[in-house]
Design a protein around this ligand. Structure first.
Ligand code: NDP
Length: 291
């Protein structure tokens, strides 16, 4: 007996296409778009993410600057830095890497970023624009998911989408983007009763939870498209740590298409950050010089 397996929706080719498109737009601008990333503390994951983002920006022909501040930086110093970046016409995109140390109020910092430079799309004004269905700088992972679906020609309009996870970073903004793209959207979370009954309704199922292999084959409608946003570090039988998603690998026998982890949504997140930086630069330059 042969078992059909899902088409792999690989992130790298879709990310390369998104970056190439953004770089093409940047080439028509009078200045090189400049992304500034602010990191506070030495959280190893944040150090690695920031390094990756800055490198990818440089490789893609954008300028990037990293401000690495000490763990004990007062909130007022961080807000002063954000204010100076806001008023610097040489800076087009500002990203403050999360999470911040406990003594700093993340919401206050995110709200202090100029919405026009908010390439992470987490300023309340940009969140409101997104939920109003208006064009805006959208958070990178959700926007990256939409770009991935578009790259692989997967239609969204009219389809039933179920998102597992309702975080500010992924689940909620992704729901807004799917709604703007005319999908019928259901958002589930840790208090959802009988999750499998809901997820089985999905034409497109997105898992953004952070629990390894939560989504099992019986929770997926045959032929559904499954997007695995989760990144979980697990220790295998060989004692080695590896990354795995929220979706059980056997879902590949039920789904029509599935994103791998790693190598699925992750590369799209970084690519979308660069696309957002170019979009922000274009908008700022058109406001100031009519370019
Ligand atoms: P959060 O922890 O902020 O949110 C997790 C969500 O999952 C919450 O809404 C929570 O519900 C829900 N949840 C938890 N347990 C269950 C359950 N048993 N059934 C249904 N829902 C549940 O995580 P993030 O959204 O920030 O990240 C989610 C995952 O995506 C993580 O693995 C993260 O590493 C990964 N990620 C990947 C990125 C990428 O680039 N690929 C980028 C960002 C995140 P409730 O609200 O009720 O608590």
């Amino acid at each position: 007996m042969t078992v059909d397996t899902a088409t792999v929706l690989a992130g790298p080719p879709a990310a390369a296409a998104l970056i190439a498109s953004a770089a093409g737009q940047a080439a028509h601008l009078p200045v090189v778009p400049h992304l500034v990333i602010v990191r506070v503390g030495e959280d190893p994951a944040s150090v690695s993410y920031v390094r990756g983002k800055a490198k990818k920006a440089g490789d893609s022909g954008l300028r990037s600057t990293v401000h690495a501040l000490s763990e004990t930086t007062p909130q007022s110093d961080l807000l002063s830095l954000v204010a100076s970046l806001n008023s610097d016409p040489d800076v087009h995109g500002i990203l403050v890497q999360l999470p911040l140390p406990g003594h700093i109020a993340e919401a206050a910092v995110l709200a202090a970023i100029d919405p026009d430079k908010d390439v992470d799309g987490l300023h309340p004004m940009n969140i409101g624009q997104l939920w109003s269905g208006r064009p805006t700088l959208a958070p990178c992972t959700p926007a990256g998911v939409m770009a991935l679906l578009a790259h692989y020609g997967i239609p969204v309009a009219g389809r039933r989408v179920v998102i597992v996870g309702r975080s500010q970073l992924v689940g909620r903004p992704l729901a807004g983007l799917f709604l703007a793209a005319d999908a019928t959207v259901t958002v589930t979370h840790s208090r959802t009763r009988d999750l499998g009954t809901v997820t089985r309704e999905a034409d497109i199922l997105v898992a953004a939870v952070g629990r390894a292999h939560l989504i099992t084959p019986d929770m997926v409608r045959p032929g559904a498209v499954v997007i695995d946003v989760g990144i979980n570090r697990v220790v295998g039988e060989d004692g080695k740590a590896r990354l795995t998603g929220d979706v059980h690998p056997d879902v590949a026998t039920v789904a029509s298409a599935l994103t791998p982890v790693p190598g699925g949504v992750g590369p799209m997140t970084v690519a979308q950050l660069l696309a957002n930086t170019v979009q922000a630069a274009r908008q700022q330059l058109s406001q100031t010089s009519g370019v």
